[in-house]
Ligand binder design. Structure first.
Ligand SMILES: [Zn+2]
Length: 179
């Protein structure tokens, strides 16, 4: 069974080697992005998010953070309850009745991302949380979907499969966004 990762709820939008390519071949530009490449995107994890799935988030974050010259992602477990709203506080939640595995909401002001929230489906029993998180954090830095089945930004993930590595093109795409 194939399940869509990314629903239409959004307001907008290799190998493990993360060495930047010498010459970038950028396939798109003008996507909304964070104002600065040196920004740290800080996410607070809602208290209701299952503790046993937080390690998967850390691993996914570490892969994006291995790229030099793009925003870094920081995740902070909390005992607090958060809401997904445009408040400049980036949160990671888990909710029932999400009609996809997860989605990332990005709020933009003048083509600059100012707030993002990631909402996971509370039933991910047959799906790899790390793979889904890698995809959603890609949205959080500003990447849209693409149609390369090997890319972590491909919008579908099959049940009981993993996609835990950024491709060379994934790395290139995010470098293009912040060049
Ligand atoms: Zn997506």
């Amino acid at each position: 069974m194939i399940k869509i990762i990314f629903s239409g709820l959004l307001i907008i939008l290799m190998t493990s080697c993360a060495a930047p390519p010498k010459i970038l071949s950028c396939s798109y530009s003008g996507e909304p992005r964070w104002a600065e490449q040196k920004i740290a995107i800080k996410f607070y994890i809602d208290a209701r998010f299952p503790i046993d799935k937080i390690d998967s988030l850390y691993i996914a974050v570490s892969k994006w953070n291995s790229i030099i010259g793009t925003p870094s992602i920081q995740i902070i477990p909390t005992n607090e309850i958060f809401d997904k709203k445009l408040d400049g506080i980036n949160v990671i939640l888990m909710e029932p009745e999400v009609n996809s595995l997860a989605y990332t909401r990005i709020n933009i002001s003048n083509d600059v991302i100012v707030d993002t929230d990631i909402v996971f489906n509370d039933n991910m029993d047959d799906y790899d949380v790390e793979s889904v998180a890698l995809h959603e954090f890609g949205h959080a830095v500003g990447l849209p979907h693409n149609n390369d089945v090997n890319s972590v930004m491909y919008p579908y993930l099959a049940q009981d499969t993993t996609k835990r590595q950024l491709t060379f093109k994934d790395v290139e795409n995010v470098l293009c966004l912040y060049k």
